[in-house]
Design a protein around this ligand. Structure first.
Ligand code: PLI
Length: 459
């Protein structure tokens, strides 16, 4: 009998492996204490399956590695820069390229060039480094994502969408002249890797063009967003990921990019622009913070690997397997009854810590606690995406995000389906003993982006 399914499989085979250290429960307990119950402070060698992030953790292809040997390490005018520039023009359709060492380098430059003190910067939910750079430039961030994004159980297919009524309210209140651009993330990381629809982008474009407001993408996971448009949005089923990526960019004025996600490299990023004036200033500023405008903090070989990775990232078979693996893990977790953000997003599974540990108040850091417990069980490293990540407002008060999540982020082309089974089973064991779990107190808090370095103790 024919099977009643059409499974995905990886469009590559494995040529080299990296051996992992297996740890005992005792060793993990000690490692976690030493790390102040913060998974960011664990040593990587004490981790079995590392789901801290999909950033810079992907496996490069043989073509990318051979591209590294083509590095033209000239200080100025490296041929790899021109290859990257052509790739950005071909794939994304933007005219001008400013390379940076990674995404936040581009965010810094864009924010300094475009935001004046007192400006309003709307965005579809926040990302930690993006919002901080907007604030450091004197901007005031406002969340304009649809309400569904703040509800982990809502099955709305495009939870990354912008609510135009929220944008209109800001325009009414502050005037369009105080809004230098709307920052649109595709996909929205902290909402659970949720996509923006093409229809929403088109509508936003029509509205903002009328008001003279620009749109800047956070295009870090744009190929993943394109996959969801292909799968879920009417009229896109027969388009390629590459075509959809190009169309998304066509409704915007530029974007910041962390090459460490979609583009399958361990380091790299850029700012891409269509306006000459903004480009001219950004190209001048990059020499202050990153490096000359034809390398922006990267080696020639890094730019080459990123150019090749960008082209690989928009291959349909790659994206089907990439998101297929995330979906597989999500479905295993759901089968165990573990509460996760739905729909399942692009780059990982986001476990709802408020539902998992309803007895722990948000001030006792349920998601931070859960990430620590997950590590203790089998050495799987995840990340808090809740009150610790949200940080404090300018007046010192804590942000209290609706979503209190633990992110199980899947690096690209790194782990197998068997790893996914182990992850789901380990999480199920922690779920089984959830009632015994107690919260944490923060005993050290750094000033900026506290989630990276904060330390905790068990209550
Ligand atoms: O880590 P960078 O500086 O290359 O990129 C910053 C950045 C910008 N936007 C978005 C949506 C991100 O997800 C992002 C970085 N994300 C990390 C490190 C993550 O673990 O999700």
């Amino acid at each position: 009998m024919l099977p009643n399914k059409n499974s995905w499989a990886e469009p590559y085979k494995i040529k080299m492996v990296e051996l992992l250290k297996m740890t005992t429960a005792e060793q993990r307990k000690k490692a976690l204490e030493d790390a102040g119950y913060n998974t960011f402070l664990l040593k990587s060698e004490d981790v079995y399956i590392d789901l801290l992030t999909d950033s810079g953790t992907s496996a490069m292809s043989d073509e990318q590695w051979s591209g590294m040997m083509l590095g033209d390490e000239a200080y100025a005018g490296s041929k790899n820069y021109y290859n990257l520039e052509k790739t950005v023009q071909d794939i994304y359709g933007y005219k001008y390229l400013v390379p940076t060492h990674q995404g936040r380098g581009a965010e810094n430059i864009l924010s300094q060039v475009m935001i004046k003190p007192g400006d309003i910067v709307p965005g579809n939910m926040y990302f930690t480094t993006t919002r901080l750079h907007q604030e450091l430039a004197g901007g005031d961030f406002h969340d304009v994502i649809v309400d569904e994004a703040h509800d982990s159980a809502s099955a709305y297919p495009f939870k990354g969408n912008i609510d135009l009524n929220k944008v209109e309210k800001l325009v009414q209140e502050y005037g369009a002249a105080r809004i230098p651009y709307i920052c649109v993330a595709v996909t929205v990381n902290l909402a659970g890797g949720q996509p923006v629809s093409m229809a929403n982008l088109k509508e936003l474009r029509a509205y903002t063009q009328e008001k003279g407001i620009k749109i800047m993408l956070d295009m870090t996971r744009i190929a993943e967003n394109a996959y969801f448009i292909q799968q879920k949005e009417e009229g896109y089923r027969l388009k390629t990921i590459a075509e959809i990526v190009n169309e998304i960019c066509s409704y915007t004025d530029g974007g910041t990019f962390s090459g460490k996600k979609d583009a399958l490299v361990n380091i790299g990023g850029f700012l891409a622009l269509n306006d000459w004036d903004v480009f001219e200033e950004a190209r001048n500023m990059v020499v202050v913070y990153e490096g000359l405008h034809t390398y922006g903090g990267l080696a020639g070989r890094d730019m080459e690997a990123m150019a090749i990775g960008i082209r690989e990232s928009v291959q349909d078979a790659h994206m089907k397997a990439r998101i297929g693996q995330v979906l597989y893990l999500g479905e295993q977790m759901e089968a165990f009854g573990i509460p996760i953000v739905k729909p399942i997003g692009g780059h990982g599974i986001f476990v709802d810590a408020k539902q998992f540990l309803p007895h722990i108040p948000q001030d006792d850091f349920p998601a931070q606690t859960l990430a620590a417990e997950i590590y203790l069980d089998a050495g799987i490293r995840t990340m808090e995406r809740g009150i610790v990540s949200a940080g404090r407002k300018a007046n010192g008060e804590n942000y209290y995000p609706n979503l209190e999540l633990v992110r199980f982020t899947i690096p690209r082309r790194v782990y197998t389906q068997a790893h996914m089974d182990v992850i789901a089973e380990s999480t199920a064991r922690v779920y089984e003993r959830r009632k015994e779990i107690k919260g944490l107190k923060m005993v050290y808090e750094p000033k900026y982006l506290r989630f990276f370095q904060a330390r905790f103790q068990p209550l």
